[in-house]
Every structure is written in C-alpha cells, then in structure tokens.
Design a protein around this ligand. Structure first.
Ligand SMILES: [Zn+2]
Length: 490
C-alpha cells in the first residue's frame, strides 16, 4: 500500500490514482538560463524515485514537465531582473540560444544521473496561447484585473489562497512592499502578475507575444497552470517540486487553476527538501553553486551523487560535502564489486539445473527444505524493499535492504541477482551494467585528478607523464567534453 506525504494535508496518505491504472504527474521544470545546480538535481532525483515507485506498483505514468524558457524574474516575485535576459547579457547570446543551450544541458545532466525523462516536456513558449486563454478565463470570473503595467491576479478574491503554505496573508506584506512601489495601481501587495506589458523596464523585452492586454509576456506562474490543464486535465493526481515552491509558486498555481475551473488542481502535493552546501542553502542567486559538471571534473561519477542523495529521505535537509560524496562513491564501488561477484557465481550456478523459479518464487511447490528457507528469505527481502519505498519513498531504508540482500547467507547468488536487479529498477544505480562501470581504484583516480590539475595549469609535460603512469598501471584516460573518463585497458 503506497503512502505519500501530502503537503496539502501535512499527512501521509494512501495513494490511489483518479483513474484506475494511470497516474497523472506534473513536475515543475527548470528555468533554462543557467546550468542546474546539484541542489536542483536533488529535487529531480526524488521525483524520479517517485515515478519509478509508481511503476513498481503497477501504474502507468503520464508525466508532464515544463521548462521555463520565457524569462521569469530573479526575485521569484514580480520584481527583479529577467533571468533569461540576464543570462543572455552575461554570455553575449540571444535569449533563444540561451534557452536551447541550457535545456540541452539540463537533459544531459538528468540522463547522466539516470533520471527518466518525462514523457511530455513542455516549453512555456510553446504554450502561450493556452496561457492567454487561461488569463481570459480569470478575467471572466473576475479574479484578474489590468493596470497600465500588467495584468494581476487579485488574491483577496480567492479565499483559500494560503491553504497550501498555511502562512498568514498579512505576513507576506512586508516582503511585497517593493512591488507596491513598482506598480502603485496594484490592489493588494500580494497580487501576482499574470501578464507583463512592455512598459518601463520591460520596454525592450525580447520575448514578446500579442494578447488582449497588449504585446507582452506571461508571468511565471501561469505557465504551469496552463500546461498542466492542457496536458493532464484538472484535477490530476500528483504535483511535485522543491519546498521553495510552496509559499509562492505552487500557492499561485493553485489560486489560478482553482479560480479558473472551480475544482482542485492536484490531489497530492509532494515537495523535496533543500540541499545545503556546508550547511548553507544553495540557490541560483548565490554565486557559488555546484553543477554536475563540477562533480565530474573532480573525478566523481554522476551515479555517486545519485547514491549520495538516496542515502537521505527526500523530506529531510541534506548537507553536501565532498567527503560525504567520496564516501558515497566508495559505497557504490563496493556495491558494483559485490554485484559483479554475485553475477559471476550465479552464472556458474546456472549450469546446475534448479527447480526453484526465482522470477516467480510463489509458484515453487516441490522444493527441498533448504530451498524453502531460501524462498522465504527471497519473499521477505522483496516485501521489505517494497515496504520501504511504499512508506513515502524511504530510500535510505531501501538501500539498507539492498545491502542486507547482498550479505544474506540464506540466499544463493542465483536468487540474489534478480532481486538486486529488480531493486535497481527503482534505485537506478546502474547495477545491470556494473561490470562496465567496474570500480577504478582510488589510487588511479588520484592520478587522474592530479593530471587534470596539471592540464588546467597548462603543465602539459607533467600531465603527459602522469598519463603514461596511469597507462602503466593498466588504465587509460579519455578526455571528453564532460571531463576525463577512466577505463580499464583490455
Ligand atoms: Zn510550476
């Protein structure tokens, strides 16, 4: 029985989809004006575990993710700079180039982390028509109003505005004062923009579309409401994102969608906690953020980061340190080694004919006492693993079950292997190809890192000498666009 923590009710609830077998799932995607940092990627990892757990429970998934390729503003409120245009100015490229480049970079990152790409990826700029239609609907229902600068949502008209955040509306006023100054025609300081007109600081805004309120561009929140309603309908089953979305972005999505259609937006709201770097919250606004690129350059495989993230429950804050990532890498290497050994033993064991059906242990009848013990160990391991995930995606517990299975003396290698591989359909640690990723000893990695450092400092003679040394030890280095790759020589 799958239980998920619903932010809306602040309780773990039994999950059942609206339709019998298909789950409608919406994920707020990246703003593609820069690389994703590993804190953002943590959220996508939790959402990946959610999707894979739903699959393990026998559901089909219809998953939608937007990409914010139209500028939204650096403060997340209606003030601040336009993120896309800031990125374009920084790199001397057009906003469209910026969006294309960082969208590609994002999907490369998630692929390397073994995160399933959502079936429907919806760039906001491809759904302008739907956003305009939704704003029109909000006008008709008297939730929207127009000033000389923008179109706003009147939060005082929507009584359930703070249901998700459980904050006091008045508590938001202080922070919103800047906006009152920015547009004195706003009715309430908390009102948020649905559409910006090309006036004042947006006079030269590059991305622009016609609308009944003049040429301009949509506010940030409206895209998710328009896209989810267009592709999933309303209500749908699960809406996910980072905890930072609770007080503003998701609150505004709910206000827009529920005001427009008079019914709930989504039934379950799941939120992933922050990643802190040495106890400080990492965000795009802070200059020093770590990307997956940095992780790889330092010699860590992306899946080591995945293993590190799975070690903590998604609703707990996680503190990132390079030492902790190193420990995760060592654990993952140890796991690959163990799976390799089990695979080898299982292959030998295959030559002896066995009556036990490991794919479907419940069908085994005529089996010996020894096999009976194995069968019960097999089923109990499977149940424990399912129970961990079904308990609000408890991945640290699931990892513990995985290690228990590796070390379980009641299970033969032929029983262990299919168990481990079935766990990995959810954990996504690449156990199926563990041989290819066979552990590179720490001593070799140290040489590879030293060589990288030499190359960065343009000490090429020294770097070459290190390469020769690495090759002498039976490994070779390939320099790829994503950093050095170390392979065992054949
Ligand atoms: Zn969203």
């Amino acid at each position: 029985m799958l239980k998920l923590y619903n932010t809306l009710t602040r309780r773990k609830e039994i999950f059942k989809p609206l339709k019998k077998k298909t789950v409608g799932l919406y994920t707020c995607g990246p703003t593609v004006y820069n690389y994703a940092h590993i804190g953002n990627l943590r959220t996508y990892l939790f959402e990946d575990i959610l999707e894979r757990t739903l699959l393990r429970n026998g559901y089909r998934i219809k998953r939608v993710m937007n990409t914010t390729d139209v500028g939204h503003l650096t403060s997340d409120a209606d003030t601040g700079e336009d993120k896309m245009e800031k990125g374009a100015a920084r790199e001397g490229r057009t906003v469209w180039d910026i969006a294309r480049f960082y969208t590609k970079a994002f999907f490369r990152d998630i692929k390397e982390l073994n995160i399933r790409k959502p079936r429907h990826v919806a760039p906001a700029t491809k759904f302008i028509k739907e956003q305009v239609a939704l704003i029109k609907r909000l006008f008709k229902r008297r939730y929207a109003y127009e000033t000389s600068k923008a179109v706003y949502f009147d939060v005082s008209k929507f009584k359930r505005y703070t249901n998700l955040s459980r904050q006091k509306l008045s508590g938001k006023i202080a922070g919103a004062r800047e906006e009152v100054i920015a547009d004195p025609e706003k009715r309430n300081p908390q009102d948020f923009a649905l559409w910006f007109k090309l006036v004042g600081r947006f006079k030269n805004h590059i991305m622009r579309w016609p609308s009944p309120w003049g040429v301009g561009f949509p506010g940030w929140h409206i895209e998710c409401s328009a896209i989810s309603s267009a592709l999933l309908g309303q209500p749908f089953d699960i809406h996910t994102g980072g905890v930072d979305h609770i007080p503003l972005h998701h609150t505004n999505e709910i206000a827009q969608s529920e005001a427009a259609y008079g019914k709930p937006l989504a039934r379950f709201w799941l939120h992933g906690e922050f990643l802190a770097i040495d106890t400080k919250r990492m965000g795009k606004s802070e200059e020093n953020f770590i990307t997956l690129e940095t992780v790889k350059r330092k010699g860590f495989p992306p899946l080591a980061y995945r293993y590190f993230v799975l070690g903590t429950h998604y609703r707990k804050k996680l503190n990132f340190t390079w030492e902790a990532l190193g420990a995760a890498r060592r654990a993952l290497e140890k796991l690959y080694g163990a799976v390799e050994t089990i695979r080898g033993q299982a292959a030998k064991g295959n030559q002896r004919k066995s009556a036990f059906n490991y794919q479907r242990p419940s069908v085994n009848r005529k089996i010996s006492g020894h096999q009976l013990i194995e069968k019960s160990a097999f089923i109990s391991a499977q149940n424990k693993f399912n129970a961990a995930l079904d308990n609000d995606l408890n991945t640290p517990q699931a990892l513990a079950v995985l290690w228990e299975t590796v070390n379980d003396t009641r299970l033969s290698p032929r029983a262990k292997l299919p168990l481990l591989l079935s766990y990995d359909k959810v954990l996504g640690l690449g156990l199926k190809t563990a041989k290819k990723q066979a552990a590179v000893p720490a001593s070799i990695l140290k040489l590879v890192r030293a060589r990288e450092l030499c190359r960065t400092n343009k000490q090429f003679t020294h770097a070459d000498a290190l390469r020769v040394k690495i090759e002498g030890l039976g490994y070779r280095v390939e320099d790829t666009s994503s950093g050095p790759k170390v392979l065992k020589k054949r």
